[in-house]
Design a protein around this ligand. Structure first.
Ligand code: ASN
Length: 288
């Protein structure tokens, strides 16, 4: 099923004019993330290299030369050992990470919907036997998916609301407009609504949880620096990003969708470990 998902994603994206990039595995700077405990770093050639936690900064730089890009990008995120039981976490996973120059959030929301609708259609067509074997009834998806602003979801279900939204939903649901304090500095703050980000998550139904994160990006150097400082991060650690922004990063929007979580949802599997032959589960030793 995973290879059908990869083929279907490539098919749609190539039809829409996207160029596939080979992934970046090591970089002087990577996604800071808001939630991850430990950093995976190696020393080589007198320098520290971060294992990619997402290709966000490379995506922003890539759209200076190519309008629409995507990559199947391996990410390493050293999450707490207890998260190994969540069903949703591997410390090495692959995300389909994409970015579009001069796009806004609505453009990439609609793209995310086309992508999921297409993948589900292909999986229903090509994986009928596997779905039967798994006892999985996978219905068609219908776009547009509903959108709930973060503050509204929080007021309705309080903290940890993504799980509530996911358990109650009949189909995928967008959560939009995250507050500035809970997300990374590269998500663009709405110039007309300070404190609110032009970003989104997609949540799968039936308790499968978070599918996708993305949004519009901060691309102007003074705004990136301001956000880095407001988050209490060290600007010198992001010197190469700031230099790229001073040289000129275009406005862009994009998202990343986790492949193992997507296949888990499509197949109705209990844990993302089932999707990989060699799963890397937080807190568990690996056989090979
Ligand atoms: N891929 C995500 C994005 O495009 C970032 C992430 O994975 N943290 O916004």
């Amino acid at each position: 099923m995973t290879s059908v998902v990869l083929d279907a994603a490539r098919e749609l994206l190539r039809t829409e004019g996207f160029v596939e990039l080979l992934p970046v595995i090591l970089a002087p700077v990577t996604d800071p993330l808001r939630h991850t405990a430990d950093r995976a770093v190696i020393e080589a050639y007198g320098q520290r290299w971060h294992l990619t936690r997402s290709m966000i900064f490379h995506k922003q730089a890539a759209v200076t030369v190519l309008e629409k890009i995507f990559s199947f990008s391996p990410n390493v995120r050293l999450e707490p050992a207890e998260w190994g039981q969540s069903g949703r976490h591997l410390f090495e996973f692959v995300q389909l990470d994409l970015e579009v120059r001069e796009a806004d959030r609505n453009d990439v929301l609609a793209l995310g919907e086309r992508l999921l609708v297409h993948i589900v259609e292909r999986v229903r067509g090509f994986c009928a036997q596997e779905l039967t074997l798994l006892g999985r009834k996978l219905g068609e998806l219908h776009a547009p998916f509903p959108r709930i602003p973060y503050r509204e979801a929080e007021a309705r279900y309080s903290a940890g609301f993504e799980d509530h939204v996911s358990r109650r939903a009949q189909g995928p649901v967008w959560i939009v407009d995250f507050p500035v304090g809970v997300r990374e500095f590269y998500d663009r703050e709405d110039p007309s609504r300070p404190g609110v980000l032009l970003d989104m998550d997609l949540v799968y139904p039936a308790g499968y949880g978070e599918a996708l994160s993305g949004g519009e990006r901060e691309h102007e150097p003074h705004r990136i620096l301001d956000r880095i400082e407001r988050q209490g991060l060290d600007p010198t650690a992001y010197g190469s990003l700031l230099a790229a922004a001073r040289a000129g990063l275009p406005s862009s929007a994009g998202f990343g969708i986790g492949i193992e979580r997507l296949v888990r949802y499509l197949g109705g599997l209990p844990h993302v470990r089932e999707v990989r032959l060699f799963p890397r589960v937080p807190g568990e030793p690996a056989a090979l």
